[in-house]
Design a protein around this ligand. Structure first.
Ligand SMILES: Cc1ncc(COP(=O)(O)O)c(C=O)c1O
Length: 421
């Protein structure tokens, strides 16, 4: 049934993009097995598989990347007002854990790889700077040699935000192994997905222990929250996505399911205004660990497919659009394939035209240096104009889908449509 749906329309960048038939069946089975929802053996199996994959001393799971990041910050013994440097063109979920502890986010501009610009990083360091968070945007590793050098010279703690980059490498070394600790996300449209979920990976015994102790003190999410996440792959694939064949109708169905709390949103209203909700931080529930484990075992297949689709976009669109710069010596994971349209052109118009052809390209990573677009920048402590490159990228970006449910034919259709515009 699912393949019928995906072989026709719509083509969508978001809306549970990684789920295959086995993932949906697994979620369905789990809905009817509430005894497995909270505690269970799969949590530690997933943690162990992460430890093995990264050859790391510790891997500690949480119910989201933002909870995992919060746990790392908690382990660092920082004081209120200490500065955490991170790049602009990020998600509010990467800023809120900083605000949660009364720390000060300092935004660094990005380069043409859409990652932290080392030169701007060096310029923004002050006496209060304590931590640098390096994000590997859309799976493109950042300029780690330069970032490491700056951290070393200024005695700054390096944390990696690997929410987009599970499987990527920098000079033959996996991203997530460069800093004191790294965090990963299994959010609904990430590299692998259990709708919500996250992991801390660390080779530092002291941080590893503190994060583990913190996890022990966290409670499990409510059963109603776990059920919401289990319903997500099922309802999105069998109800919401088919309804999106008529995009306005699909939107009504999705909004109704979210308003009635049958499905969760990726970020809440409160989070867009700088406040974490009581859903975070929490332990990773076993049912979602089962989903994440099933996806983690398909990581290579997913990332190989992404690369194949990205090659089609490169081949078809290289003469027409500016791309995210790929850096030498990096193995990139194409979580999305971003293109930049010409200055002065309107991305809204292009997305509207694509929507008419039942191609849904709006993934929320656009318009503003801290996404999604209705995030309150002032509450994030971002001053408009402070990161000009990030703002320029946000204005001109359109992300193209690369996930496992996009066929080569879909990619060529998308490219053809963009070329016409
Ligand atoms: C760059 C980045 N960092 C951190 C996060 C937080 O991950 P999560 O949604 O699992 O809390 C996200 C996703 O929302 C993200 O895109």
């Amino acid at each position: 049934m699912k393949f019928k749906i995906f072989n026709t329309y719509p083509i969508s960048i978001s809306l549970s993009p990684n789920t295959e038939e086995d993932d949906i069946k697994l979620a369905l089975k789990l809905i009817f097995s509430p005894g497995k929802w909270r505690k269970g053996g799969e949590i530690s199996v997933l943690e162990q598989e992460f430890k093995n994959y990264f050859e790391a001393k510790e891997a500690v799971s949480f119910n989201s990347g933002r909870s995992a990041f919060l746990a790392i910050l908690k382990s660092l013994d920082l004081k209120e007002g200490d500065e955490v440097l991170l790049q602009a063109f990020t998600c509010n979920a990467a800023v809120n854990p900083i605000l949660y502890f009364g720390l000060r986010p300092v935004f660094v501009d990005c380069d043409r790889s859409f990652n932290l610009d080392p030169e701007d990083l060096a310029n923004k360091i002050t006496e209060r700077s304590k931590v640098v968070v390096v994000q590997h945007t859309f799976g493109q590793p950042a300029r780690m040699d330069e970032v490491l050098k700056i951290c070393d010279k200024n005695k700054l703690i390096l944390i990696e935000d690997c929410a987009h980059s599970l499987g990527a490498e920098y000079k033959g070394k996996k991203v997530g192994t460069f800093g004191k600790a790294a965090f990963f996300s299994f959010g609904r449209d990430k590299i692998i997905s259990s709708v919500y979920g996250g992991m801390v990976v660390s080779n530092d015994p002291e941080i590893g222990k503190k994060v583990r102790d913190f996890q022990k003190k966290c409670s499990f999410p409510l059963s109603s929250w776990i059920l919401q996440q289990l319903l997500h792959p099922v309802l999105v694939n069998y109800l919401v996505l088919p309804a999106y064949r008529f995009p306005s109708f699909g939107k009504i169905i999705l909004n109704t399911l979210q308003l009635t709390m049958v499905l969760s949103k990726a970020v809440s209203k409160e989070e867009k205004r700088g406040k974490l909700t009581s859903y975070f931080p929490k332990k990773f529930p076993n049912a979602l660990a089962i989903l994440a484990l099933n996806q983690f075992r398909k990581l290579e297949k997913f990332n190989n497919h992404r690369e194949k689709i990205a090659k089609i976009y490169i081949e078809e669109l290289r003469d027409r659009f500016e791309f995210q710069e790929g850096l030498k010596g990096t193995k990139r994971i194409f979580m999305r394939f971003p293109i930049l349209i010409k200055k002065g052109q309107d991305t809204d118009k292009i997305l509207r035209e694509a929507r008419k052809k039942k191609i849904l390209l709006d993934d929320g990573w656009r318009k503003t240096p801290i996404v999604p677009p209705d995030t309150d920048l002032e509450k994030m402590r971002y001053r408009v104009g402070e990161c000009k490159n990030a703002e320029d990228i946000a204005k001109r970006i359109i992300n193209l889908p690369t996930h496992i449910n996009i066929s080569e034919e879909d990619a060529r259709r998308i490219a053809k449509l963009l070329k016409k515009m």
